[in-house]
Design a protein. Sequence first.
Length: 300
Amino acid sequence: MPDPINTEAEMLDYRPSLTSRAAAIAKAGETVELTEGVGLFSATSTSSPLALFLDPVAIIVFQGEMEVTIGSAILTYRPGQSFVGSIAMPVTGRLTQATTAEPYLAISLSLARETLADLLAEAPQVMAQQGKCYALGPVPEGIPEACDRLLSLQSDDDRTILGPMIRREILWRLLRGPQAPALHQIVAADPRLAQVRRALGWIREHLSETVPIRDMASCAGMSEASFRRHFKAATGMSPLTYQKTLRLQAARRAILGGTEIARAGFDVGYVSPSQFSREYARLFGLPPSRDRAQVLAGQA
């Protein structure tokens, strides 16, 4: 991997064009598909927390700011930075800078194992690296210019033919940047990571059940102690925190969709409404009824 360089000047050069092009395409509060596997997200309000489930993804910020919590880690996405997450993770976020005049603007790229494996196979000089399953750092050289070209595609034919080429270029540049170790985890042959991934899927499939750690570890084929250690290293949170965050996110989606609050809590495994309300408020900052009222007021 080449030595890291300061790309702040490059992002500053391209930001006016990037934000202008992105604002012309974006829809507030929605993700607009630019080409297969690439979306443009925009938001104009900082009033409500975001509950996100991130499949393996890279995020490149052009404008605005978002604070994201992964387990006990708090990350701040700012212009000129890119985030890479290589494992499925529930996260909570809060937009800290976003207005109608200057919306939050960011591109997300889905990270497919096959695509990254092909790139690594074609570039054996990019050596496998060990690291965490997520990373936040400066945007690598060349990505601002590539994103600008992607946003400039006008016709469906251009987006169909040229879009995947630019997406591949962006992934290549990420593989040569400071986020490379996290990207490598997607194609890593580490059997422990594969076991953790198996457990993640199992937890999601049994979301409403009370599942003890020993059953999660058994699904992963590990001892409890080994499972706890490798799970925390991969996701940044304990197995029970991961499960709880998934449950509360699912309940919040149901509540905002009109489901009665007690019913939503029960459906994801909570027997006690008071416990559900306490843990909901701890994660999202407000109890369910006030959170729903605030979100609905923001949509009015």
